[in-house]
Design a protein around this ligand. Sequence first.
Ligand code: UGA
Length: 462
Amino acid sequence: MVLLEEKLERVKDSEEKKEIKIGIVGAGYVGLVTSIGLAYKGFKVLVFEKNKEKLNLLKKGIAPFYEPDLQKFLLNSLNSGNLEFVDEISQLVKSCKHIYICVGTPIKEDQTYDMSFLDAAAKEIANHLPSNEQKIIIIKSTVPPGTAKWFKKIIYRYRRGKKTNIEIASIPEFLREGNAIYDFFNPNRIIIGVDNKSIIDDLTQIYHDFPAPILIVSTTEAELIKLASNCFLSTKISFINSISDICEKLGCDIENVRTGIGLDNRIGLDFLKPGIGFGGSCLPKDLEAIISLFKEKQVDPILFEAVKKINNDRITLLMNKIKKALWNIKGKIITIWGISFKAGTDDIRESPTLKLIPHLLNEGAYLVLYDPKATHNFKNQFPQYSINPNIKITEDIYESTVNSNLIVITNDWEEYKKADFFKIYELMETPIIIDGRNIINYPEILEYGFEYYRIGVIYEST
Ligand code: UGA
């Protein structure tokens, strides 16, 4: 293990940087943010995205998903001439020495990663590799440990004995949706996984001026660091959710308890917010993946199975709170604030709201959904809900509360805190709020007359 504390003083000015051409395969969250970020830093970046609709939007300078500042940075990088979206993977394979693989690795029904996009990328790259130049392929997709080594093998396999000069690295990405641009420029650490030390200089040329320590490890270690980091975050969330459950039984307030725990520097307050469980395209997927990996290698996955169970049980717990608050759900109008899996994004993958909806419909509720950014994705991805007479999707927070019997808050947009609760109190039939993210100021909300329940504290509000 090498910690490059004093980063190499290379590539001092942007003129030299522009000589480095970087190819990126896949323009999802990681690929697009990496492309825009590296172009902004002065590198010449060529991006290939196989989804033609997305590619055309990107060529026109339109961000295909919501992410704070993404649109602005996309236009800036395109206008600088450093960023180009290309139609064929061959264009970037031929002209770039560094090729980042940022394709999706969704989880399959058997709870293992779907590697088909990586396989397809390996084949395409192999078909276009020049035999006389060295290429460095950098895996940035989240993958099972061992993938980088495999990727190299697969490329040689597709080369069918032709002269090949490639090296593989694994540089995992740690950015969060909703903070992706900020996180790209301000990472906590840069993990560079290599199995051949001769390419370290080539890679630090790209990363030397990021404000973060660089840790050099093997490719498999880098892959495990990524997986384990996400699973640690999941564990922290399930831990605090468990503590919040006991708080409710003991008459304690989780906010006081978590502050007391988190003020220990060794623990910290980050990722110690209780709620209705973690969602998104990463934490649940990586938890499944680590459980599968442990089972495959015959290591007991008990810790991660418990983390998963605690997370899955959050929706049952929320349903119990809803039943208790409403006494009878059938025929009631329930407003849900929150469709995306968290604030700052329109991404609805593995959002807790998606798990909650079928339970409430089964109980005979009428649902009114509101989210500042995610209604469009919800309508597109769940057309059956758009035509369900028991579901209304609205673009206006106040309209969502008209005649409502209960507001359930499932994600943590700032907008909810700033709502006019005096007005909402008047609009609702029975002014009750269940705050699944503990974001509303609760001594204050009681002054409006609401019945208000949150996670990890039980108190009499009426
Ligand atoms: C996560 C990691 O935080 C990133 O470092 C990583 O790069 C990314 O996955 C990835 O693998 O690509 P992300 O999925 O964007 O990022 O979202 P998080 O901010 O981690 O939140 C995940 C879920 O946990 C959300 O549903 C959020 O509401 C929930 N959460 C988060 C809590 O319930 N409590 C907390 O204290 C923090």
